[in-house]
Design a protein around this ligand. Structure first.
Ligand code: OGA
Ligand code: NI
Length: 206
């Protein structure tokens, strides 16, 4: 969907800064498809409270993380096949241009209800460290200052604020970037995933 030159430019920024923000990454059509899917998932009560820790140490703690998620399945969720095509293109280009040995991925949609947040953390857990690249796609059409729910990226000397505006992509290196979701004052929607460098059989983090 994007030219090799375009992918390479984004990957250069990712390599240099450990993260990259791409505005207008989703087309309007794909954005609407994802939002329709999201709203069906919400109406049919498929979003579940997210927890922290991998299988054995799984816990639900709203004081740490307040979002509701629904894990996606490429075979089942054909309504958003356009998203999976784009995700597969991303993986293919990362393999080709960054020589990453990616073996799979896992994605969920996430809703942070008004008043919720996610404390500062790293997307790798001690017992399961195969998340290599974090992929965030923000879905908040009319997001404005004061709505909250910004993502804070912590670097040695700086804190970078990423506003969760619709159709924006954020990629970062899961093993080095500590980050936090600030309290949101409105419902906050995103599509979140991880590109993995080991088989998924080591267990899901729900
Ligand atoms: C996560 C996470 C950030 C965001 O799900 O691990 O950090 O901006 N999400 O939604
Ligand atoms: Ni995270």
């Amino acid at each position: 969907m994007y030219s090799d030159e375009q992918w390479i430019e984004w990957f250069d920024r990712l390599a240099e800064d450990d993260h990259v923000v791409v505005d207008d990454f989703l087309s309007g059509d794909l954005y609407r498809q994802i939002m329709a899917f999201f709203s069906n998932a919400e109406k049919s009560d498929r979003l579940k409270k997210a927890g922290i820790g991998a299988s054995g140490e799984f816990q639900i703690k709203s004081s740490v993380r307040g979002d509701f998620i629904y894990w996606l399945d490429e075979e089942r969720d054909v309504e958003i096949s356009g998203f999976f095509d784009l995700k597969n293109e991303l993986i293919e280009k990362l393999r080709r241009f960054c020589f990453l040995s990616l073996s799979g991925s896992e994605f969920h949609i996430a809703k942070y209800p008004e008043g919720s947040h996610y404390d500062r953390h790293l997307d790798q857990f001690n017992e399961r460290s195969n998340r290599q690249i974090t992929v965030l796609i923000y879905l908040n059409e009319n997001w404005k200052k004061g709505d909250g729910g910004e993502l804070v990226i912590y670097k040695e000397q700086e804190e970078i604020l990423v506003e969760p505006v619709a159709r924006r992509l954020l990629l970062f290196k899961s093993d080095v970037i500590e980050h936090e979701v600030l309290k949101t004052n409105v419902s906050r929607y995103s599509l979140t995933g991880w590109l993995l460098h080991k088989p998924e059989s080591v267990g899901y983090i729900l």
